[in-house]
Design a protein around this ligand. Structure first.
Ligand code: MD3
Ligand code: FE
Length: 215
């Protein structure tokens, strides 16, 4: 696996225990290359709109996945599955640049199995939640932001814990591990038109996860 471009001006910020923000980790060229790769793979696994378990209420975010296991949500619940819910086809592979970033920034001894791709068009947001559908809780989660700026919110492991807001810009990379792995988090809002990078507008977030324990 090759080394990922490391801009000398990338800034490591310790946002909270277990949360590291690599501000500006991908430079403009790397963002462009990753976005082109992501959009080519999305042709093979189009965005769809997930629905809430039980109620069937639609998400404001559209989603797809890359990798052996994709995270999906519909009326019957949340789960990981190897195929796209509409086409029934296997998800495309995870982009090599993201696999290299995972190795470099997490040092976890096994590759990620899921790259969840979230598309935020105008007005889309994601309520405060925990990611707890994964068996491999010792593995960190790594997220990459592309496109318009977002206001990310992170709290503690109880919904009542105080939260803080963090601006996420295109090229930023977040790693969540240890005490932050089960922290409540969400996206309050996306500032429309702040990047112009995503065709049709908005923001794309790529989240890498290990789903099952290695071996
Ligand atoms: C903190 N996505 O897909 S990424 C998600 O920007 C999700 O689309 C948001 O939350 C987005 O589940 C936030 C940052 C993130 C991802 C996973 C986490 C933060 C996390 C898991 C544990 C703790
Ligand atoms: Fe999440």
């Amino acid at each position: 696996m090759g080394t990922v471009e490391a801009p000398t001006d990338a800034l490591r910020l310790d946002v909270a225990p277990g949360v590291v923000l690599w501000h500006g980790r991908l430079d403009a060229g790397a963002q462009r290359a990753l976005l082109d790769d992501v959009l080519a793979r999305v042709e093979l696994a189009p965005f769809y709109r997930p629905r809430m378990p039980l109620s069937g209420a639609p998400f404001s975010v559209e989603e797809t996945n890359f990798g052996p296991l994709g995270w999906v949500s519909d009326k019957s619940g949340y789960r990981y599955q190897p195929t796209h819910p509409l086409s029934g086809k296997p998800w495309p592979a995870i982009p090599p640049l993201l696999l290299a970033l995972w190795d470099e920034l997490t040092q976890y001894p096994a590759p990620p199995q899921c790259c969840l791709v979230n598309l935020y068009r105008a007005g889309a947001k994601m309520g405060l939640h925990q990611d707890r559908d994964e068996g491999a809780r010792d593995a960190p989660v790594l997220s990459v932001s592309l496109g318009d700026e977002a206001l990310f919110r992170i709290g503690g492991t109880s919904r009542r814990d105080p939260t803080r807001g963090v601006a996420l810009r295109s090229g930023d990379v977040l790693v969540f591990g240890g005490p932050a792995r089960l922290a409540f988090h969400g996206i309050d809002r996306v500032k429309a038109g702040t990047s112009g990078q995503i065709p049709g507008g908005g923001r794309i977030n790529l989240t890498l996860r290990r789903v099952t324990p290695p071996q």
